[in-house]
Design a binder for this molecule. Structure first.
Ligand code: GCO
Ligand code: MG
Length: 428
């Protein structure tokens, strides 16, 4: 075996690359910003010296997009050009350790964009659908959930029935609370959380805890047992309120309650789960596999809401999925419209090949998204199925993307400020 290159320089190739003799090299890493759904998507294209061979990823931190782009353009791309794209895990670790202070959502998303592009590239080279690189299929489709919201139980139940008729067996239900801003509901009739930019009404957690469990229980009575109901608290309760919420919502028979607490309060999940039969889903805010580990060891949660781009891509996400399988925790990956069709397709490759999979959040993209991302996977009969073509199967139309420029950072790349009734700042 050849001696490792004496230079420990970050630009040096891996010591085995020359010996292997493979000629394929990365020639460029390009980034593109586009907003066909309204929220910014940062597409990453890894190009090679083999004509027509490229991989596509997406780095989607919608509130810090320009910072993610800088990490990609200014720091990661120069380390990638000239490299053999084949050794994905090695490249991931190299890029991650190219900064002394590792991690965070901005770095996670930048790495996630590169990582998914490298997996796409490898699958294309091998002429295989991406999931087949992960051990192949273990299921024919991935069950998906859609969103409904409304002002009262009658309105919500009618929408659940309509979603059921469209084929969904899993529906996330959000109920508005009179006089209180409530996640996922303020834009009446819209399932787009990103429409909620201006918040004139404060958040009233006491009113939420009193009202929403009652509405969800009434919805359950109206729609019967044959549809799974999910709910997202969006980390707006403290541990005492969370305990109260779980007690009150028990009769709604929920499939899971999501983000009952903020990541900062994660140590309370063990007691909450021990004290309640209501299944818990957590994780879309995590940007590091290490944040999941204490919760999986109990396990103190039932569903891991992996957000593939933020966690750093499929390389870490799949390691986590394997650990979830071994701990008996199911995957419920994050997938609203701010996770682009490219990242959705990558997530689907993980789901379709993992025994741990439970349910996938399915975005309903605006038609413009389908123009920019040919091959976008859309739900049929309440489920998602991957393409059988090489790679993850989603492409990127640069000319179409240019028709949807991203808004100025302060218009979009921030979360709307939410305050409690006493004027203090509430979490998103
Ligand atoms: C969900 C999420 C999202 C987030 C959004 C943040 O469960 O779908 O909570 O809607 O709020 O991804 O940008
Ligand atoms: Mg959520």
């Amino acid at each position: 075996m050849a001696q490792p290159d004496a230079r420990s320089d970050i630009l040096a190739p891996a010591p085995w690359v020359e010996e292997r003799g493979a000629k394929i090299r990365i020639t460029a890493v390009s980034t593109f910003l586009t907003a066909p759904h309204g929220c910014p998507h940062l597409v990453v294209r890894v190009e090679t010296n083999e004509p027509g061979l490229y991989g596509l990823g997406c780095a989607s931190d919608p509130q810090r997009t320009l910072a993610v782009r800088s990490v990609l353009d200014d720091y990661l791309a120069p380390m990638l050009v000239g490299r053999d794209p084949d050794d994905i895990d090695d490249i991931h670790r190299l890029l991650l350790n190219s900064a002394y202070w590792r991690g965070g959502s901005v770095t996670g998303n930048a790495l996630g964009g590169v990582d998914v592009a490298l997996w796409d590239l490898k699958a294309k080279r091998l002429g295989a659908p991406l999931y087949s690189l992960f051990g192949g299929r273990v299921r024919t489709h991935a069950e998906a959930y859609t969103h409904v919201s409304g002002a009262d139980a009658d309105e919500i139940a009618a929408k659940v029935v309509a979603a059921r008729e469209r084929g969904y067996r899993h529906v996330r239900v959000q109920a508005s609370v009179p006089g209180s801003d409530t996640y996922g509901t303020a834009a009446a009739g819209s399932a787009d959380a990103h429409a909620l930019r201006t918040r004139s009404v404060p958040w009233d957690s006491a009113a939420y805890v009193r009202t929403v469990p009652r509405v969800l229980t009434a919805v359950r009575e109206q729609v019967g047992d044959e549809v799974e109901l999910l709910h997202d608290v969006h980390e707006r309760l403290d541990p005492r309120q969370a305990r109260d919420f779980l007690r009150r919502v028990e009769d709604a028979g929920l499939y899971f309650v999501e983000d009952l607490l903020a990541p900062e309060d994660a140590r309370h999940f063990a007691a909450l789960r021990a004290g309640s039969p209501v299944p818990l889903a957590v994780g879309e805010l995590f940007h590091d596999v290490g944040q999941f580990l204490p919760l999986l060891d109990g396990p103190d949660i039932d569903f891991a809401r992996i957000r593939v781009p933020t966690l750093g891509g499929l390389t870490p996400a799949r390691k986590l999925a394997v650990y979830c399988e071994l701990r008996g925790v199911r995957l419920a990956p994050h997938g609203p419209a701010d996770v682009s069709p490219v990242a959705q397709a990558a997530t689907l490759a993980m789901n379709i090949s993992s025994h741990a999979f439970g349910v996938q959040e399915a975005a309903v993209f605006k038609p413009a998204v389908l123009d920019v991302f040919p091959g976008t996977v859309v739900a049929h009969d309440g489920a998602l199925s991957p393409h059988e073509t090489p790679g993850h199967g989603v492409d990127f139309d640069e000319a179409a993307a240019r028709r949807y420029p991203v808004p100025e950072p302060l218009e979009h790349d921030r979360w709307a400020l939410l305050r409690n009734t006493d004027g203090s700042v509430q979490r998103p």
